[in-house]
Design a protein around this ligand. Sequence first.
Ligand code: KG4
Ligand code: ZN
Length: 333
Amino acid sequence: MTRFILGIDTSCDDTGVGIVELVPASGGTGGGVEVRANRVWSQTVHAQYGGVMPELASREHVERIDSILGDALAESGLDLTDLGAVAATSGPGLVGALLVGLMYGKGLAQALGVPFYAAHHLEGHIFAAASEEQLQAPYLALVVSGGHTHLFDVVQEGDYRLVGATLDDAAGEAFDKVARLCGLGYPGGPAISEAATRGDPDAVPFKEPLKGQKAFDFSFSGLKTAALLAHKAGAKPEDLAASFERAAVGFLVKTTVRAAEHLGRRTVVVSGGVAANRALRDAFAQTGLHVVFPGKGLNTDNGAMIALAGAAAIRAGREPSPLSVGAQAYAPL
Ligand code: KG4
Ligand code: ZN
């Protein structure tokens, strides 16, 4: 049986390599999966441009991936020959960046003579929560990151139905833009959170986006515009941060709870970079739903989440991917 699975994510500007262990069932326990290593190199070269430069991202992945793999092996105490399978992100993301990890993973799998699994980046974000407990479908999965705000109904492993998505900006993107507006730095999410602890959440009124909608979609452009107007009117950055955070978190939680009630789901996975947000975690804890968040270091892009997606595919008896699988910039789940 496959025991150790390597996961690689190079979809954007983080070089992530992780290793998980499939723990066999024994003595009445159903078995599980344990994260043995998770190493991420976050590229800083883009800061001077105010956005990710695709060509620079690819080159940095090429330069870093060997040493990040070495670090992950050292952290796990394993050797390359211990690996029983390799998983890598094939999309969505920047094609040049994706190709680095994908080709590296395929080459490694072939050299080691082990199966290769191509993983969807969002599947990785969802299965990041499997670090905390074995996920039992059906459940809802809210993926909130810098590039995505998607709500899926996971009917069973491999059967994902899109319930709602953002109509404009992703949630993390809105945090980043409001943080930049307030001069709070990048990445904006943690900066907003920190400033919010010193601000008054009642200081700036924000209208609930898409109020009254029957669907389960998201929208952040209205909050962003309201933040801009409040900033121009002289709102203090910490008050703006506190008020914006409360509005964004309230909207995310309310929409997800409505969807859970509508579909009769009791368990919700909340993952992606924004899932690291303390206020979001606290608000979900008040909902009465069984909410599962990824463990530390597994919210933002990383390799262990891709290894966890690989582990889920293996558990479900999915066939390995053909080595002809290519990188895809846009890929629905
Ligand atoms: O998942 P991720 O690393 O990358 C994408 O796939 O997009 O998410 C990064 C995003 C950034 O927009 C960042 O501002 C946001 O996650 N983020 C947060 C927090 N930590 C990271 N947003 C709100 N609160 C946080 N504590
Ligand atoms: Zn991501």
